[in-house]
Design a binder for this molecule. Sequence first.
Ligand code: FAD
Length: 345
Amino acid sequence: MEPLPDDAILVLLDVGLDGALAPSAAGLLGAAAGVGTPVALVLVSGGDADVSDGGGDAGGAAGSVGDAFAAAAAELGAVHVLLAEPAGLGRQVAVPEADALAAAAALVHPDAVVCSHSVRGREIAGRFAARSRSGLAVDAVGLSRDDEGVVAHHSVYGGAYDVRSAVTFGAPVITVRQGAIDARAQAQPVQARRIEVAASGMRTAVIESVEATVAESTRPELRGAARVVSGGRGLGSGERFELVERLADALGAAVGASRAAVDAGYVPQTLQVGQTGVSVSPQLYVALGISGAIQHRAGMQTSKTIVAINTDADAPIFEIADFGVVGDLFEVVPQLIDALESRKA
Ligand code: FAD
């Protein structure tokens, strides 16, 4: 097995409740590969951290869960994969993960530690940064490197400013916004090893039970979706919001909403995009009847292509839209849906 690299970027990969690597993994490893050598850390429970002899044969006879994670992470560009099984994983909030990051960082001496800006990733990154006395840079939409180390790029104040942050000592801990990174790392041969984690015994909240919510929709999840169609107050009612859902289905997109639409009860708060909702960075963001208040823009301005439909030509959403239609969404959107469906036919 090759020695660990001098320019390692330690990347904590989330594992979803479905037992697979979270979709954020590809972007995290892509970002890491642009500034160093990605070393992935994957946390598993119940004896699953074992890897086949040599740690490199994902298709080996053992075929353990550890091998499968190692292979999946290597396919996404991890040059080394560390598998850990910290005590308390799944029963305690963030402490087992921070313990594992501490063990991995002691081994790897990374130039930066990268986590997803998911709710869980934020919690872990904050804890680990506080414990290791590292600088924390949150919600990065890009990474670069200068003479002094890794630099995090942020889109702030509703996307009005791009700022860069760097630490003046040690390795930064950086959370990366889901969907913000287009770069993908090259697949690598599998090099995996299991690491031991000493339990810190730090106090934390205990998880008594976890209940999966049954998804009521076949649409993509808002976080990390490649396409999002959002509706605002301009829809006028919960019933009429159905037009947003129809366009989303025609595009294979997730559904989002402005806070005004949520506050008016058209849709649940889980769909809110913005400063106090979800941040998204899809390839395509379609805003229907949304004025483009700064708090809404804060959650969608880094979308790659923005399309707005609004009756008010002076609505601020047009300042950031790549394509805009000044018109009544109830006239424009049905025509758009018809055009999309006739293309499929
Ligand atoms: P409006 O501003 O009322 O805009 C409705 C738009 O619909 C108008 O531009 C109008 O021209 C257009 N319209 C009307 N009828 C039609 C039609 N038939 N066809 C086409 N267009 C039409 N907001 C968020 O979205 N997300 C947040 O996370 C968020 N967090 C906030 C946090 C704080 C602390 C505060 C103070 C506010 C926050 N807000 C947030 C609220 C934000 O300031 C705006 O009030 C909100 O985004 C407005 O939503 P809207 O664009 O749907 O409604």
